[in-house]
Design a protein around this ligand. Structure first.
Ligand code: TYC
Length: 113
């Protein structure tokens, strides 16, 4: 056999391995986003909630008041959508601030579909 001839057993085989399938489109999957939710309760003062929304979510007083009223009436509202890391930070800041002021205000996060 010459050096230009392949025997079947020598031929490189990239047809059977699924990890070598051609990628038709480049991967552009974005990381998931998370909704930060504020929950209603019967004890946290309205002004405190308005302050939280101004301080940690950069809302104007009017925006903050409107969202606070939505939570008060409906029980819950989305106050922002962020990356996982930023959402965790916001939730931590709100929970910590509420606890330090001895208010039962609850803030959670939820993956956006
Ligand atoms: N329901 C509270 C009250 O009447 C006000 C309130 C609003 C509390 C929003 C929590 O996330 C909240 N004092």
């Amino acid at each position: 056999m010459t050096e230009h001839q392949w025997m079947m057993s020598d031929k490189p085989d990239d047809e059977g391995d699924p990890s070598l399938l051609v990628q038709t489109r480049p991967k552009t999957k974005r990381p998931p986003l998370y909704k930060v939710l504020l929950l209603n309760d019967d004890y946290t003062p309205m002004e405190f909630v308005v302050h939280v929304l101004e301080r940690f979510f950069g809302m104007t007083h009017a925006e903050a008041f409107e969202i606070m009223l939505t939570v008060h009436k409906k029980g819950v509202a989305v106050v922002g959508v962020f990356s996982h890391e930023i959402a965790e930070t916001k939730v931590g800041q709100v929970m910590d601030f509420a606890r330090r002021h001895q208010h039962p205000l609850q803030c959670t996060m939820e993956r956006e579909e």
